[in-house]
Design a protein around this ligand. Structure first.
Ligand code: 13P
Ligand code: SF4
Length: 330
């Protein structure tokens, strides 16, 4: 990701904040004053989730960004999400608490390398996961999210070859789900979802035999093979509420467990164990955003997400196609 930086060298406004200031009421006041909407992803820290106007998965957030009548969009998420909001709303100001909040998966697919690689597949339909830069989206026929990918691929004629980028784990899962064995995959991966370890997962389930394993499709195949349910963040959240099970081992970024616990105070929610005893099940990019940076970003109306000239129009088409093709998804 090419993250622009602010004058002071950081991706966020640096200013000391009076510790007595109630940041939550200040954020509410500034949102009203600027007619701003605060959209947050589930992987944000709980404090940010709790003051968001809307919280959702990538598809839900894109829909909210497309439909909002606010003058300003404050995106508590990562750069590609805020960038998509800007592509859909060129006249609105889109701000992100920390412009360096990128995505390891999007970074595995630089636009120049992707363009060269695509030359091998001139007759293929290019389906691109939204976890990608605007420049990569601009090279694509249709974008998708984890909740809409299979639905979109199933609408492409069987005899039409497909390339899917950039996530190889999601790609492999989609091959199985859609039966499109010949789908060509870019070899990208998310550092957070790669961290879930099958052996530790099995040991964890041995200690909680009643627990249902649920997983995000960015996890490796060996982890997905152990899961009773696979879905996007919103789909995992909904499943916990609807399932008759009272206990779950959740293989995704642990921020999602905050909403699951709020929705289901009587259910047991256990984070799937990452590879080592670290916090690697927290996305280091998402977690760059903090409540302090959120406040300063609203106060100063920056850092602002901008687009390279000419990219917006090309990146908009595959996003609009995704929106059309995913209309029937609830
Ligand atoms: P969702 O669309 O499922 O929220 O996923 C976004 C993401 O970045 C997962 O790592
Ligand atoms: Fe990107 Fe992975 Fe973080 Fe999602 S969890 S934003 S795919 S690095």
């Amino acid at each position: 990701m090419e993250a622009a930086v602010l004058e002071d060298g950081a991706g966020y406004v640096q200013e000391s904040i009076n510790p007595r200031l109630d940041l939550f009421s200040e954020i509410e006041r500034l949102k009203d004053e600027r007619n701003a909407v605060l959209l947050a992803h589930y992987y944000q820290e709980p404090e940010i989730q709790d003051i968001a106007d809307y919280i959702g998965d990538s598809l839900g957030l894109s829909r909210e960004a497309a439909d909002t009548d606010a003058d300003m969009i404050v995106f508590a998420g990562v750069h590609f999400m805020a960038e998509s909001a800007k592509i859909m709303n060129p006249a609105k100001k889109v701000i992100l608490p920390d412009l360096n909040a990128g995505c390891s998966l999007a970074d595995t697919c630089p636009a120049d390398e992707f363009e060269e690689w695509l030359q091998q597949y001139p007759d293929h339909e290019v389906v691109t996961y939204v976890n990608s830069s605007a420049a990569v989206k601009a090279l694509s026929d249709v974008t998708c999210t984890s909740s809409s990918a299979a639905h979109i691929i199933n609408q492409i004629p069987d005899d039409q070859p497909i390339v899917f980028a950039p996530d190889r784990n999601l790609g492999k899962y989609l091959k199985r789900e859609t039966g499109r064995d010949d789908m060509v995959l870019w070899d990208g991966v998310c550092i957070v979802h790669e961290t879930f370890n099958e052996q530790k997962l099995v040991r964890k389930q041995a200690r909680h035999p009643e627990a249902e394993i649920i997983a995000h499709p960015e996890c490796e195949e060996v982890v997905l093979d152990r899961a009773a349910f696979i879905g996007s963040t919103s789909q995992l959240r909904r499943h916990v509420g609807e399932s008759e099970s009272d206990s779950f081992i959740v293989a995704t970024e642990e921020g999602l467990l905050h909403q699951m616990r709020k929705d289901n105070p009587d259910k047991e929610l256990i984070p799937a164990p990452p590879d080592s005893g670290c916090n690697c099940n927290q996305c280091p990019h998402m977690r760059l955003n903090t409540i302090e940076k959120l406040y300063l970003c609203l106060k100063h109306e920056k850092p602002e997400v901008t687009l390279e000239p000419g990219i917006r129009e090309q990146a908009l088409q595959p996003i609009e196609r995704m929106m059309e093709m995913s209309q029937s998804i609830g």
